[in-house]
Every structure is written in structure tokens, then in C-alpha cells.
Ligand binder design. Sequence first.
Ligand code: ADE
Length: 233
Amino acid sequence: MTWQADIITLFPELFPGPLGISLTGRALEKGLWACTAHDLRSHGKGRHHAVDDTPYGGGAGMVMRPDVVASALDALPGDGRPVIYPTPRGRPFSQRDAKRLAAGSGVVILCGRYEGVDERVLEARGIEQFSIGDFVLSGGEIPACALLEACVRLLPGVMGSSDSATEESFENGLLEYPHYTKPAEWEGLSIPSVLLSGNHRDIAAWRHDQSQRITQSKRPDLWAQYAARKPGI
Ligand code: ADE
């Protein structure tokens, strides 16, 4: 069955964008997933198809109207797919969320622009809010692409066994170990000798140790979670 992504946006021409090439692009051609962008403007109000208005309480910027957003959402089939609104105010999007979404039948993504979307429609339609990091982008379209790529690569048949997901970062709660390829000597820099040893047990142990060190130094938050689950550490 095709995993269906519907995207509500003021810039439908941005999709599938980068998702139209490489792994996700081939999966799109194979019909493993489908991506339909819907123009929010077509639900706008009045002669100018307004989608936003000034914020109650005053302040800078514009807010997307709840009636316009609801009209766009309600025009889609009510098939129970999660509706997602990317926003810096959301819960951090994680690999676990990508797995959960990939296991379903697809997603609806509402892309905000301006200051954001009227809070009432987010609550009334049970919309999940996700952030892709602690920085601010101008709209939800790039986060939507990031989120979709994270999901689509996990769909059955999308990744070949050669790019298996089993050894990736977050798979075991740790960041991935470093990689090296030819030449063995480059700009006077060699590679860790264990990788040339042919001893798979030593290599696995070295990689696991590297994963731990990297996670500990770069992501103390992940390390604390990992250590809490493995009392020996
Ligand atoms: N929209 C704007 N910035 C964002 C972010 N960091 N994450 C998700 N959605 C966003």
C-alpha cells in the first residue's frame, strides 16, 4: 500500500523538491509513497484569498486563520492519518517518531508561515507539533521535507540491504561510530589500525567504544538516557 503524504502549504511548488531525487525519489517512482501538495491559498477568504490576519493582543507579524486551515484540512479524506504541524514550539522530532509515522498509512503536514497558526485549530483538529531543532526557519516546508525523508527511508522496500538502517545513529541509543575509506593514507593521515586487522570482534568493540565516546562528548543528554538504561556504565 502506498504511504500517503499530504502537505498543506502556501508554496506547493516546493514539493517533492529534494525528495524527488535519490532514494526517496526512486521510492516515489516505484509508488512506495506518494506526495500531494495542496495550496492553502485556494481556501483563503475574500477577493485576495487571505489566509492570515493580525494577532489579537497586538504585536508583530501575522497569524494563519483557523477557518482557512480547517477548511484545507477538512477537504482531505478523514482517514485517521496523524496531522503534523512543524514548529519550533513543538516536541523535538526523533527517530522513534519517524518509525511510528512510517509504520502508519501516511501523514498530513501543515506548513506554517508568518508568526504561526491560530492555536484553536491546532487543538480542535488534534494536530501534533514537532520541532526539528532549536533554531527558527521561516516556514514549515523545510522541516516537512526533513520529517518526510526520515519516514520514507524507513518504509519497506525503500532502503536496500546495502544501506541498512540497523547500524545507524540512534538505533541503539548512541551516535554512530566514525567511518573511513580509501586511501588508507591521506594528507599524512592514516586510519585506525584496528580497521585493517580483519578481526571483526575487535572492530565491533572499537566501533562500540567510539560510539560511546562520541555520544558522551557531543550529546550528554543522549548519554544520560543511555547510561540510565545500562546501569553498568
Ligand atoms: N518552523 C520554523 N522553524 C522550525 C523548526 N526549527 N522546527 C520545526 N518547524 C519549524
